[in-house]
Ligand binder design. Sequence first.
Ligand code: NAP
Ligand code: ZN
Ligand code: ZN
Length: 347
Amino acid sequence: MILTRAYAAQSPTSGMDTFQFDRRKPRADDVVIEIAYCGICHSDIHTARGEWGEVHYPCVPGHEIVGRVIQVGKKVKRFKVGDLAGVGCFVDSCGKCSSCKANEEQFCQVHTAFTYASTEMDEETPTFGGYSSHIVVRDKFCLKIKKGVPLERVAPLLCAGITTYSPLKRFKVKKGSKVAVVGLGGLGHMAVKLAKAMGAEVTVFSTSPGKQVDAKRLGAKNFILSTEEENFQSVAGKFDVIVDTVSAQHSFTPYLATLKRGGTMVLVGVPPEANSVTSGSLIMGRKSLTGSLIGGIKETQEMLDFCFKKKVYSDIELIDAKRINEAYDRTVKGQVKYRFVIDAKTF
Ligand code: NAP
Ligand code: ZN
Ligand code: ZN
């Protein structure tokens, strides 16, 4: 057993506080990671506060994990002690179903063991995430991190990075593509950087006028204040792909009008509330409205290698664990620039 220091929520309204538990004794195919940094994703907040439905407490969130390997099981070949490793949004899956075989373990038809607020493959043992000092994960589900990269700025790639990289790739963003990003937060700022690195011309839709300068610095060519409906007219019919990262209730309809004929709007933000669209907003121009969930292990490694090559990293604010509650409140207010990352030494 590995005694692990952590932060946990005990109820939807408790906030996050110190918590200790044991990680499992490593199995033959396990890697033991001493966590260095863990990002704060808005999904951590939705989950810890019970906004997406019932949660098993205590809840230790965190799925943007980077650290150092301190022990490996006998059968582990891909990692050795001293290597850097990353862990994203899930830690196990069946390996046999058609989704797993297609390298899309996030859609495992048997059971995806998500990194926290989920269960291991026995569908009983709760999983605890990266707001903790150590984690034990099957080697197949650990990502390789290159030495010499800014680790604290790499952590957010494990969720915010792959979640935005995957749909940009799937919908063939390349040099000259016109891409819009809705919401400039953790996911949004990575979407801007990644789309720009793929050669796209990027437009940001934001509710925050103060983020205009940052949007340009991050790589966007245009900035549109989405709170004024007439601002949408200047970009009618412009975009090949829209990536919507907004975490709260909003209408999709004005954005659909900014797609080109045959264009695609991808939802990655998960507001708890239901939404509606009129059929005409899709039929006129044969537009697609779709969604995307993180990405499989193979694609996550591809994304990391792309980021290491292009030096694409998250813009972060590094905090001690005792500031997690404050970071949650600021994230909900849209005041994060652009990802809070926890220094795991402070757990
Ligand atoms: P975040 O850092 O809080 O960013 C969300 C952004 O949405 C805010 O910065 C803000 O940008 C905008 N926003 C917030 N409230 C708004 C409102 N009422 N109306 C319009 N815009 C608003 O969150 P995140 O970590 O990037 O996560 C975003 C969403 O994606 C969350 O729902 C999260 O659960 C989800 N998520 C999904 C996946 C997936 O696989 N699909 C993976 C990770 C996260 P502006 O200030 O620019 O308007
Ligand atoms: Zn996340
Ligand atoms: Zn499977």
